[in-house]
Design a protein around this ligand. Structure first.
Ligand SMILES: *Cc1c(COP(=O)(O)O)cnc(C)c1O
Length: 408
């Protein structure tokens, strides 16, 4: 990676998201190659980073898209993902979203409950269509990750248990308006232990075999996303071990493996650039106040997530002391790092926040009427703006029309 952060900060200002498209391609290719010898589709989980250029980048390498709202489906199609490579997941799809997904003829709608199946059937029948569906199975294995991002236990809201899934498949098979083509599980995010994935894929593959015995032939074995990445010193899953575990589980089955990585493809390819505004000491606590905040990157506030921090203008041999890196937002929870060793900083010093390419910009908000920051993509030594910095006017555009005594 040879990205000139200083130059980017000068050109585009801060805070700024910067994405390394070469690094994204490298991760994509490593995973795709790991599945070689097997039919596979990598459906990029758009929610991790849904900038159109990012989606387009993966689409150009042959990726599909895993979407969790009709908005994401539209994004994927706008970015050039073929409809037959798009999956629509999520626990709460509205009627209009289901209808639109059927209209667009995407690969499959991923069902998360019996009630949702009936709804999809009804809408498909009104449209005189047959909906291709998969069912999200909750294999009840503990993914051993953060409880907020763990999804594969019965206590979570996601998917249905094995017996319910079986009943649903039989129902779908007998319905004129449902075509059960896939099976799906996704046990959690930031998985660093391969055992729960092995366990889950064996359980779900067994279900596919028992379905096959009653003439229900599953074509797509969708293993979800969740491959963890290294934020700090995590030992992560090797893509080849991951692919081998799945290949072993599905031995003898004629299925296409669908994989839905988000974080794995984008997190470590993204950086948040921010500048120091001030330093201050309250009692004996040191704060470095920066121009980025929890509205730009909420992971530290939301999950106490760790992001590596680098001070680019670090003076040689300078003494360090502990400091909290905090933003300007009026919340005590507004921090990007706590108790990290930093040398003395000055106004304007540039800081790089690492591993910010996934669940960074997509979770950003306008809290405190802060505009969303700009995004830049770098590829082969060239960088280009892929989203403008949001202006004040952008932010109030939808409110202005309703002012009672509008100012001109
Ligand atoms: C969030 C999500 C993903 C992506 O998760 P990552 O941890 O970013 O890989 C994939 N599939 C489904 C259904 C999801 O909800």
């Amino acid at each position: 990676m040879n990205i000139d952060f200083k130059e980017l900060a000068n050109t585009y200002g801060t805070p700024l998201y910067v994405y390394d498209f070469d690094a994204m391609a490298k991760s994509y290719n490593a995973l795709k190659e790991a599945f070689s010898g097997q039919k596979s589709l990598i459906a990029y989980a758009v929610k991790a980073n849904s900038n159109l250029s990012v989606i387009e980048h993966f689409a150009s390498m042959g990726a599909g898209a895993d979407c969790v709202s009709i908005g994401e489906v539209k994004r994927a199609m706008s970015a050039g993902v073929e409809p037959y490579r798009i999956i629509f997941s999520g626990v709460g799809k509205r009627d209009d979203e289901i209808q639109e997904a059927l209209n667009r003829d995407i690969l499959m709608i991923n069902l998360e409950s019996d009630a949702e199946m009936k709804r999809v059937e009804m809408i498909a029948s009104k449209m005189n269509k047959e909906a291709r569906i998969s069912i999200r199975v909750n294999p009840d294995v503990d993914p051993k990750t953060h409880p907020y991002i763990s999804t594969g236990l019965h206590e979570n809201k996601f998917g249905v248990d094995i017996d319910t899934a079986k009943r649903m498949y039989i129902y779908a098979k007998n319905s004129k308006h449902l075509d059960p083509v896939g099976i799906h599980f996704h046990i959690g995010s930031q998985l660093t232990d391969i055992e729960p994935i092995k366990e889950a894929s064996v359980i779900v593959a067994d279900l596919v075999r028992s379905l096959s015995a009653i003439d229900i032939d599953i074509k797509f074995f969708d293993i979800g996303g969740g491959i963890g990445i290294k934020y700090e010193d995590e030992v992560t899953i090797d893509p080849q071990d991951y692919a081998n575990a799945i290949k072993n589980a599905i031995k003898g089955l004629d299925v296409t493996i669908v994989c839905e990585p988000g974080r794995y493809l984008t997190a470590n390819a993204g950086y948040l650039l921010t500048k120091v505004l001030y330093e201050k000491v309250n009692g004996n606590k040191r704060f470095v106040i920066i121009d980025a905040a929890m509205n730009d990157l909420i992971r530290p506030s939301l999950y106490k997530a760790y992001h590596k921090i680098e001070l680019l203008d670090k003076k040689e041999d300078s003494d360090t002391s502990k400091a909290d890196l905090v933003g300007p937002i009026c919340e005590s929870g507004d921090f990007l790092a706590k108790d990290i060793e930093l040398p003395a900083t000055e106004h304007g010093d540039l800081i790089v926040v690492y591993s910010a390419g996934a669940y960074g910009f997509t979770m950003a908000s306008n809290y405190n009427t802060r505009g969303k920051v700009a995004e830049v993509a770098c590829e082969g030594g060239e960088c280009r703006l892929i989203r403008d910095r949001e202006s004040f006017e952008d932010q109030i555009r939808l409110e202005k029309a309703y002012l009672k005594n509008a100012r001109s």
